[in-house]
Ligand binder design. Structure first.
Ligand code: AKG
Length: 275
């Protein structure tokens, strides 16, 4: 390891590949949860990374409003190249895929923030719509501290009606209309720190407020098969970061791995902002 190589996080001895039944469940329900990635030691390392990166942000930057950490930080980028995470993603997407997003979704105790119900594919200009989101729990996440929730099977329906909601406590402005949520199918994505969930970009999801005295933070990593093209008229700063395999399609601009430890200051920054 040369001095520029970031440290690798310690993996859970229970890490594995997805079973056929899990792949079928993902296809049928639009999500999987409780997949092991990091050991207890790895969780401590992960939490230290969170503290380090969060403390790098100036006070006026909301950690939930920046989403390109994989372009800014060598350590974050390396975390997203973790072989166990990529194995799980490969089991769903096949051998060739890239990453385009890397973000924290953090709720400090009683900070009141809420993620409204939404479908990611509703506002992502990607075609075909096949992004898999990895949600990595930095701390335990459960109903008590505002864990993510999903509507099982909602990815099988078409995109539902959304409206704009600019309420300040919402982490996103796109919100699915209330009557599109089937409350009988809601599943809480409770995760132990160091575990991941995976969800389809058509799956309705959101999360309530953290009313506990415990922090809740997860890292999302967005992965697409290499035949996915972004509409650059909508997202001109989009860049594909090949995560595994080869890209024979070359449909998108690509970004270089970061070479230093920087931090994003707004959404959708281009890699050249971090050089
Ligand atoms: O962390 C959450 O509660 C929501 C995450 C989310 O909206 C996403 O992964 O797209």
């Amino acid at each position: 390891m040369n001095s520029n190589s970031p440290k690798k996080f310690s993996l859970s001895p229970e890490k594995r590949r997805l079973t056929g039944a899990e792949k079928n469940q993902y296809e049928h329900d639009g999500y999987l949860k409780n997949l092991p990635v990091f050991s207890d030691k790895g969780v401590s390392e992960l939490q230290s990374l969170f503290e380090e990166l969060a403390s790098r942000l100036p006070d006026n930057i909301d950690i939930n409003q920046v989403n390109m950490w994989h372009k800014a930080s060598i350590k974050f980028n390396e975390l997203c190249r973790n072989s166990t995470i990529l194995d799980y993603v490969e089991d769903l997407l096949g051998p060739n895929f890239y990453q385009w997003g890397g973000q924290f979704f953090t709720k400090y105790p009683n900070d009141g923030s809420v993620v409204p119900w939404h479908q990611d594919a509703q506002y992502w200009p990607l075609s075909p719509q096949r992004t898999v989101t990895v949600w990595l729990a930095v701390f335990d996440s459960d109903a008590g501290n505002g864990a993510m929730q999903i509507v099982k099977g909602s990815h099988k329906k078409s995109i539902v009606s959304h409206h704009t909601n600019n309420a300040p406590h919402l982490a996103l402005t796109q919100e699915a209309d209330a009557d599109t949520i089937d409350h009988d199918e809601i599943v809480t994505i409770n995760l132990k720190a160091g575990e991941i969930s995976l969800h389809d970009d058509g799956t309705l999801h959101g999360s309530g407020a953290n009313i506990s005295d415990r922090i809740r933070s997860g890292i999302t990593m967005r992965f697409c098969p290499t035949n996915t093209k972004c509409d650059l008229d909508v997202w001109p700063t989009f860049e594909a970061y090949l995560a595994r395999g080869i890209d024979t399609y070359n449909l998108n601009p690509t970004g270089p791995r970061p070479t230093s430890e920087m931090f994003p200051v707004r959404k959708f920054q281009h890699s050249s902002d971090f050089l």
